[in-house]
Design a protein around this ligand. Structure first.
Ligand code: ZN
Ligand code: ZN
Length: 104
């Protein structure tokens, strides 16, 4: 993933932690290269609890790495993935069972 601001490509750090900063901007995980980190208009989302910009976005949630606060991402693209069974199915199944068993 390139730097969201200047498009620079991340190079693998020789050792130790990457100097690239991770953040969340408009509900999207972004990377900021070391050069752009010196700028003060990064326009990153910040934690509503502690104000830190050290956020990670995953699975529709935004988690603060400073205080641990978790909130739902606002993105509408992330709709609920849980699929409820269609209503009335159990009644249909029950009716079919009753027919098979001659209880109708
Ligand atoms: Zn950059
Ligand atoms: Zn926080």
């Amino acid at each position: 993933m390139p730097c969201y601001r200047c498009g620079a490509r991340q190079t693998d750090p020789v050792r130790g932690a990457s100097p690239w900063q991770r953040g969340v901007r408009k509900e999207t995980q972004v990377l900021i290269c070391p050069d752009c980190q010196r700028l003060h208009d990064l326009d990153l989302d910040s934690c509503s609890t502690c104000g830190s910009a050290a956020l990670i976005c995953r699975l529709g949630e935004v988690e603060c790495r400073s205080c641990g606060a978790v909130r739902m991402a606002r993105s509408d693209a992330l709709t609920a993935s849980s699929v409820a069974p269609p209503p009335g199915l159990s009644a249909e199944v029950e009716a079919a069972l009753n027919r098979v068993l001659g209880r109708a």
